[in-house]
Write a protein that binds this ligand. Structure first.
Ligand code: SF4
Ligand code: SF4
Length: 378
């Protein structure tokens, strides 16, 4: 009798490399976490040996440091400065080019869409939620961004259940993690204890099931499956930052004149780091770039609501103070995004907290407003 397919398989590092090899054979370029310049970032990789084994991150408002773990876990950290949006919505892309012809006319040429087959390795639950948010923005409505849609279609997602949370994480409060709940092709759970280092692998799509069937390894034991579940519960319980995601839209919108906006504006540098690090922020601007030989192209680049020029209309910026720009960012992210897209614009990854040079923490800002909220009463 034929053995039924295992729904949860157990593999070791060699099995993980077998997954990488299978992806390569199917034509996927593998992108995953690597240790570079003091941070864990996403880049092209070919081998499991390139993963940041033995490293973890310590994060706090305005602070990100890597330290050594006392084991060789390859996914033993939270999220770093990069998010997957840099591959799906690149920081800079040419939209079309223009060439002046000999007869004085102009020839317009659309930029071909670059959408390589890519496998993202180590996508966290909050990051899957962030990809879902950008899917809604770029490809979910009446006006689809064709380049985003093509790149997204070509991506295979290998997720990882978090084994640790950074001090800045609050995915459990935003109901996006730490356990992966969907949107993936495969999901890994790394276990490392007295029984050694091993990975539970589950499929979340038909392609994931095909890949899972080809992996070497037995079915995971009930004990390992229970250990994986307990690990996710520990990570959720260890998160200390809280936000009442359901109450916060009304809270912010009835406190648009709260003095806390003045206080945060005294600290905020309007540097835009938070929006560039945020996996859901999607603002961009277009720019015409010309050379001296008669050629020009239009490019789109990431922009930010913290840049004063971003809201320049007619006589000047409609948000010409730091207070106005910070308030716009936070109220859009946590409140008006719901009206626009039917969900929060924040997935609780904590990047904007760690990568803010002055350590502004949006959960603290919300808590400070809530602490003196008049509750709608005059
Ligand atoms: S607002 Fe901050 S915590 Fe929320 S998704 Fe963006 S970077 Fe992450
Ligand atoms: S909140 Fe922090 S990261 Fe964002 S613009 Fe202000 S200083 Fe920069």
């Amino acid at each position: 009798m034929q053995e039924p397919p295992h729904t949860v398989k157990l593999i070791d590092l060699a099995g993980l490399q077998a997954l990488f090899d299978a992806l390569t054979r199917r034509g996927y370029e593998i992108v995953g976490p690597v240790h570079r310049d003091g941070a864990i970032v996403y880049d092209r990789i070919d081998a499991v040996a390139e993963l940041p084994a033995g490293w973890t991150d310590q994060q706090a408002p305005g602070s990100y440091r890597l330290t050594r773990r006392d084991d060789d876990a390859v996914f033993g950290y939270a999220v770093g400065p990069h998010s997957w949006k840099r591959y799906l919505f690149p920081p800079r892309q040419t939209l079309f080019s223009v060439q002046r012809l000999d007869d004085g006319g102009l020839s317009f040429k659309p930029e071909p869409i670059d959408a390589p087959k890519r496998a993202f390795i180590g996508v966290r639950a909050c990051e899957l939620a962030a990809i879902g948010v950008q899917d809604r923005v770029f490809a979910g409505g009446e006006h689809v961004d064709p380049a985003y849609a093509a790149r997204r279609e070509a991506v295979l997602l290998v997720a990882v259940n978090c084994a640790v949370a950074a001090d800045t994480c609050f995915c459990s409060a935003m109901d996006t993690g730490p356990a992966v709940r969907g949107g993936h092709d495969l999901v890994l759970t790394e276990l490392i204890d007295a029984a050694g280092q091993r990975f539970l692998v589950e499929a979340g799509s038909a392609l994931g099931r095909e890949l899972l069937a080809g992996l070497p390894g037995p079915a995971a034991s009930a004990d390992d499956i229970a250990a994986a579940g307990a690990q996710s519960q520990r990570v959720a319980a260890g998160q200390t930052r809280r936000i009442d995601a359901a109450a916060v839209p009304a809270l912010l919108m009835r406190n648009l004149q709260h003095p806390r906006w003045d206080a945060v504006a005294q600290r905020c540098l309007s540097c835009a780091n938070c929006t560039l690090a945020c996996p859901t922020c999607f603002c961009s601007s277009n720019q015409e770039v010309t050379d001296l030989a008669g050629a020009a192209h239009r490019e789109r680049h990431w922009d930010s609501c913290f840049n004063v020029e971003f809201s320049h209309l007619g006589h000047g910026s409609v948000r010409d103070s730091v207070k106005a720009r910070y308030r716009q960012w936070l109220t859009h992210k946590l409140a008006t995004w719901h009206e626009q897209f039917g969900q929060s614009g924040c997935v609780g990854c904590g990047r904007c907290i760690s990568w803010c040079p002055v350590g502004i923490d949006l959960t603290e800002e919300v808590a400070a407003i809530a602490a003196s909220d008049a509750g709608g009463r005059p």
